[in-house]
Structure formats: structure tokens, C-alpha cells
Design a protein around this ligand. Sequence first.
Ligand code: ATP
Length: 321
Amino acid sequence: MGGASAVRARGVVKTFGDVVALDHVDLDVEEGQVHGLVGPNGAGKSTLLGLLLGLTAADRGRLEVLGTVVGRTGAAPADVAGFVDEPGLYPSLTPRQNLAALASLRDAHADDVAWALDQVGLTEVADDRVRGFSLGMRQRLGLASAMLTRPRLLVLDEPTNGLDPGARRQVHAVVAGLAAAGTAVVLSSHRMDDLAELCSEVTLLTTGRVVFAGPVEKLVAESGEIDHLVRTTDPAAARSVAEQVPGVRVVEPGTGRRPGDDALVVRGSLTAVDELVVRLVCAGVQLRELGPVVAPLEAAFLALTGDEPEDRPDDVVGPLR
Ligand SMILES: Nc1ncnc2c1ncn2[C@@H]1O[C@H](COP(=O)(O)OP(=O)(O)OP(=O)(O)O)[C@@H](O)[C@H]1O
């Protein structure tokens, strides 16, 4: 914290006809920070990213990017790069040719092409045509294009969309490395694990409004009651213990259980669940597994939006705390 401001938005409004895509949005991002935008479909994430890239202009409010006020023309300052929706690529060209074309347009050094391809793990397919590429490969090439000019602000719309776990790890490492070197990164994602692993701060949007902005840990701490799966040696005894603990409620039907599983799902604050653990031990009931039914960040998302993020695994159960 404490770096120079990369983005400062105050009261930004953007409408499309009758649709208010952004409704008095504030956003603060510092250099060296990875800032996540999260929210249900249609919340305004891509619209906000588009404003940062200068693809469109705000109707009202004030937007400063890298110390420059972005005016009504929407022209973004130099040193900003990225993509919204899907990266724009030439399908008939190879990755190397795509990046070389960009490099010549943007004054990038030819050596940077090989560097960017290597960073995203596309060196081996650098001379294949983009036309046959999977979504994940196109996403990685989009990231390489965005990095090419070594921007001070990188804007990425769902950069891990379509990536397999290995490629996702690689993209995470690239983004974290760029941030460590001082680049500000603003990215959107529907994946709570991306946000938890990559972002120090998040802005949660619903229908164009900011409903939370701040550190990821604060979002989790504010999520209130969380459903926990409790697996023990004696489910019947565990249930009667749970029913006696103030602030703990047995959830019926509980989600997060495997078919035929007799584990309990209880809802309560972390303090109440801690008390349940103490009482189970005192009652001689052995605890085999305890964890949130959905990851705490996802629970916070659900609590604040009443919506369900995409790509939610069916069986997300945390380890014993
Ligand atoms: N060019 C446009 N013309 C008309 N309406 C638009 C346009 N761009 C966005 N919208 C509307 O603005 C709202 C916000 O859209 P936006 O794409 O920013 O949401 P999002 O959070 O990125 O959604 P998703 O998660 O589905 O990508 C939506 O209601 C959308 O239909």
C-alpha cells in the first residue's frame, strides 16, 4: 500500500440508453496493486474496464488514469494496455506475427515479442496460426499482447477464462510478477479463487453500483454467517450437540454433501462454529472434517449479491480448520 495512484474514479456514471451500466462508481488502484472487479453478469465490470482502456467515455464523474484526467473523448493515456471481452487478434497470423505487428505499431522492441510469448508459455506454438487456437491459448496471447509495451496499467477482462489449471497458474505468476515490478493491474473475474489468490483489493459491483470496495480479507470478514460442513464419527450425536449451540443452526437440506453423506451442514458465525467444535469434543464426538461449504470469498459474494458466481465447483469443501 501507499504507492502512487494508477486509477482514481469518482462518481463515474455510464449509461447505454435506459441501462445504467455504472452508477456513481468510485475506484482506487495503486501502482503495484492487483485489483479485482467482481459481480454478477451485467454488473458493469467490462464497462468499467473499457473506460480505463479509453474504449468509451463516462457520461459523468471524474476519472484519472496514471495521473491524467480522462476527458469526454475517452482517450486513455499511453502506458495503459489490455483487453475487454476477448483479446483482438488476427486469426490468420501466428502469435509471433500478431505481436510483431503490435510491436511495430506501438514502438515496442522486437526482443519484447519473444519475452512476452515466453512469459505466457506460447513459445512452442509461436509460429502456428491463431485460427486453430483454443480459448485459453487466445487468452494467453491476449495477455502477451497487453504486456508487450510493458504498460504501467494493465486492464484484463476475465484473463483466466478458458484456461486449464496449468495455464491458469502461469497467468497468475505473470500477473503477480508484473505487479511486483510495479505495474497496476485491474482485472475482472467470476472465479473467486482467482480473486483470493491474485488480488489484494476488490471492488464488488451489482447492477452498476459498488457494494463493497477494499481488501479481500475485509470482504471475507464481513460475510457474516457461513455454512460449514461438519463430518464426525457420530452424526446423530453431532446434530443434537449442534442444536444446543447458540448462534448455530442445522441447515436442511444442506448443500455441499456427497450423495448418501450423513454429514451435517450448520450455519453460524465463525465464533459460533468454534463453540460447536468445543462442545463436540466435550461430548466425545470425534471431528473428522470441518470446513466452509463454499470458500469464504464466494460466501461473501453470495451474501452481498444474492447471486451465484460462475464456475462454482459442486464440492468445494475446505480442509479441517
Ligand atoms: N454497448 C452497449 N450497448 C448497450 N448496453 C450495453 C453495452 N455495453 C454494456 N451494456 C449493458 O450495460 C450493463 C453492464 O454490462 P457489462 O458488460 O459492463 O457487465 P459485466 O459485469 O461485464 O457482465 P459479464 O459478467 O456478463 O461480462 C449490462 O446491462 C449490459 O447489457
